[in-house]
Write a protein that binds this ligand. Sequence first.
Ligand SMILES: [Zn+2]
Length: 406
Amino acid sequence: MKRSIFFLLAICSFASWGQLPQKNYALTNVNLFNGVDNRIITGSVIYVNGKIEKIGKAGEAIPKEYEIIDCQNNYAIPGMMDAHTHINNLESAKRALMSGVTTFRTAGVSAYQDVSLRDLAKSGRIAGPVVIPAGVFVTPNPGETILADPRLGVLINGVNTDDELKLLVNVNIDRGAEVIKTRGTERAGLPETDPRQQSYTQRQLKVIIDEAAKRNVPVMIHAHGDEGARAAVAAGARSIEHGTFLSDETLKLMKEKGCFLVPTYITLEDLTKPGGDYSGAVLELRGRFMMPAAEKVFKKAHALGVKIATGADNDYTPVSTSRISLECEHYVRMGMTNFEAIQSATVVAAELLRIQDKTGRIQPGFEADIVIIPGNPLEDIRALQDALIVMSNGHVALKRLPFGKE
Ligand SMILES: [Zn+2]
């Protein structure tokens, strides 16, 4: 009895604390989608030595220094990316990992927990995910988040002047943020705010972007309404988050300037349903109104060739219902090919996060961020919803195979 309780605890926490062992693995009997070629390479072997070492063929002898993981002719895809999440604790990070997300970018957390998560994964004490932290949200009324750093106390009355904006940007970067998150419009996820209403002006957004650029840090901008979004794109945003009411003109400007769209469509669906991260009568009505608008924008953005990356915009709490795999399912329903939708969650998201040379594809030299799923995702996008094995940074984070007793 004691032993089974111990075992349960062991799988409920991140392995044991302390450095994870770095083993060499050979993932055999894999049908491989490498992220860049629109096809499946059947009968592959993926050799991992921390990074992806090489891709071999079925039947070849596996050198004995590799631990074999038989993938039983299931399918490998590059680890998925969540480019917009508010994860701020270990259990949520783990839930994301278990869903096949091996990299995430935060969109603002209250006290630099995202920076600590990043460093913990980097140290090899947890299997992942890789974290691109945004630190504290640059917003006119930061509220309690001014407690995140003693230097932010002077912002108790708001973040509006050039000096206030610059201070928050610089404290974030000092504390380890790799992206700045700010606001073009009000929120959709609160009943009392109007998501169409512009927040910071184009001039204020430019102050933020220019200050961050001095330290080579890009800026992601939350915007639903078109006026606020246009200001954000014109000011030089790296990505527009949500973009529910974008006009054709703004979308064209995004295409022209190489600004990414992170639709977080799955969250609008969450608004319309009880439970999940967002619920309430006002949000339900609002979500129902916003979903068709967001769908229209998605289709136009896709047709124009605006780069689209996946984000689930949730906290991965025990009640969260949105996932990157579900976001991809919507992308396919709204007109992307399966190939394009998976790329939105892998190579395109990696480009947005400026890590496309490190991860997002299963090729030699790239980080070993690999998810094994039960079906061909180029034929059935729903296969993404069932992660069987998750490897992150060369560590086995989840292994559900074999289902039968050996
Ligand atoms: Zn968000």
